[in-house]
Design a protein around this ligand. Structure first.
Ligand SMILES: [Zn+2]
Length: 95
């Protein structure tokens, strides 16, 4: 058994699209604050079907070996380690 504990924070949304958008936003904000946040593992589900998970991020390994894709699940652009338009320097990171 793993010694890691995971945090589950229930947040409701009216549909899958908005659930994914909110989950991506929350994960990106939390990841800026603490390196232990793993955005690639974030998923959403219907309240009554929590065993059917829908991924939020692509999280595919990048072809150059430089990490994982941070774009939304099923994006159309090539995989990337950066989200176009996001400035990651605004909030200081707490380690
Ligand atoms: Zn990707």
């Amino acid at each position: 058994m793993s010694e890691r504990w995971m945090i589950h924070v229930p947040v409701s949304a009216p549909d899958l699209l908005r659930a994914r958008i909110f989950a991506r936003t929350a994960a990106r904000v939390l990841a800026r604050l603490n390196a232990r946040v793993e955005p690639g593992g974030v998923n959403v589900s219907l309240e009554d079907q929590q065993n059917v998970r829908h991924w939020v991020f692509c999280d595919q390994p990048l072809p150059d070996g430089g990490g994982r894709c941070v774009l939304p699940y099923e994006h159309n652009a090539p995989c990337s380690r950066r989200v176009p338009g996001l400035d990651r320097r605004r909030v200081p990171r707490v380690e």
